[in-house]
Design a protein around this ligand. Structure first.
Ligand SMILES: *Cc1c(COP(=O)(O)O)cnc(C)c1O
Length: 383
């Protein structure tokens, strides 16, 4: 395999678009039939590459895309002039006049935002959809659930805005089912107080992200889910429902052995000499480091697959190189592939495990793979 310039690869990510498409279909099949699928593709589709991922998700039938900001919406509009897009983050006051250009649905959390956005839409003579966000206990975007009335009222009064959705976000669906249930209760109370039951089917009413699916409410007004991580085949915390969805990993992260050498016992390894060899060893120097997205926190802790075996990282991860112990693998040669995340010869390092060894979470790992790393796409047959 090589880069577009024909040079061999030193560190790359492989993105399995066929698995992505299968994952969306599996998740849909596990959900009640009326649930619409909001595909969350913020942060360059979780580092997988927005254009390629969005094209596949449209093919697989995502109902709505969700992104974090207008620049991401603009990038999506390059691919699709009319697929519906929801902006999850609040718009800055000086961004509002651009919203009509990209025909995005905007998340609103205050009457002030609603009035300002209505003026921007009026000036552009374009109608805009809004999703009203209710804060049920995350303390981030959204109007506090007990104070939602004036925001619903402001949307009703806005001549150029149309209420297209109402939603909330759970703070700890994977860790605190009791608090998640309380958040659902708060959301439904606010909805009942401020929006008549009639006409709700026309709205997107959504709360669940990947981890929320575990406790999803099949009855009730919820009719959409917002799926990010799970569609990429990473299960935040396996439980009953998620165990039913055999989602496959879409992302793998690979590098190569640049050099193999023998070192005497007592050698101190890498910057700072934080690892001392206890025995005469053979080490492999990998051609990737934190400049590619191997977190420095994986120093002296992480594992890498070489020839299908788990090899410990020795010493500190450096910008361009990482050292692993291959003493027990006499056949390792310069040029061999090394796997940071993914499968090799029947062995596997899942993204969750790599992230744990780096003291982080899979979401952050995916966002940390740098621009230096080419993404190679495996496309479904016939695509
Ligand atoms: C990122 C995000 C999601 C997706 O979360 P996952 O845990 O990746 O499924 C859903 N909703 C909102 C508001 C988000 O910001």
């Amino acid at each position: 395999m090589s880069t577009p310039s024909g040079l061999p690869l030193r560190c790359w990510a492989e993105i399995d678009l066929a698995a992505l498409e299968r994952n969306l279909r599996l998740i849909r099949a596990a959900l009640p039939a009326h649930m619409r699928y909001v595909a969350v593709v913020k942060a360059d589709a979780y580092g997988h590459g927005l254009p390629q991922v969005a094209a596949r998700l449209m093919h697989a039938g995502a109902d709505l895309f969700a992104v974090a900001n207008l620049a991401e919406a603009a990038a999506l509009r390059e691919i699709t002039p009319d697929w519906p897009i929801l902006l999850l983050g609040p718009l800055l006051p000086d961004e509002m006049r651009f919203a009509p250009d990209y025909d995005v649905a905007v998340t609103v959390s205050s009457a002030e935002e609603v009035e300002r956005l209505d003026r921007a839409a009026a000036a552009a003579r374009r109608h805009l959809d809004v999703h009203l966000k209710i804060d049920t206990g995350m303390g981030r975007a959204g109007v506090w659930h007990e104070e939602a009335g004036p925001v619903f009222e402001a949307v009703r009064c806005a001549a150029y805005l149309r209420l297209a959705g109402v939603f909330t976000h759970f703070s700890s669906p994977d860790e605190d089912p009791a608090f998640t249930a309380e958040q659902r209760r708060r959301f439904l109370a606010a909805l009942d107080a401020h929006h008549p039951a009639a006409g709700r089917e026309a709205l997107f009413i959504h709360a669940d992200n990947s981890a929320g699916l575990e406790t999803i409410e099949r009855a009730g007004p919820f009719n959409a889910v917002r799926v990010g991580l799970l569609q990429f085949g990473v299960v935040p915390k396996p439980g009953a429902l998620l165990a039913e969805v055999p989602a496959e990993p879409v992302f793998s992260f690979r590098t190569r052995v640049g050099l193999v050498k023998a070192l005497p016992a007592g050698t101190r390894i890498s910057y700072g000499g934080t690892h001392t060899l206890a025995r005469p060893s053979r080490v492999a120097v990998l051609t990737a480091g934190y400049g590619d997205g191997i977190p420095r926190a994986a120093s002296n802790r992480g594992l890498v697959l070489v020839r299908g075996r788990h090899c410990p990282i020795l010493g500190r991860v450096t910008m361009d190189q990482t050292i692993v112990d291959v003493t027990d693998l006499p056949d390792v040669r310069a040029g061999d592939e090394a796997v940071l995340v993914g499968r090799q010869l029947g062995a596997e390092i899942p993204l969750t495990e790599f992230s744990r060894h780096a003291d982080t979470i899979p979401w952050e790992t995916l966002c940390s793979v740098t621009k230096r790393v080419p993404r190679l796409y495996r496309t479904p047959l016939g695509a």
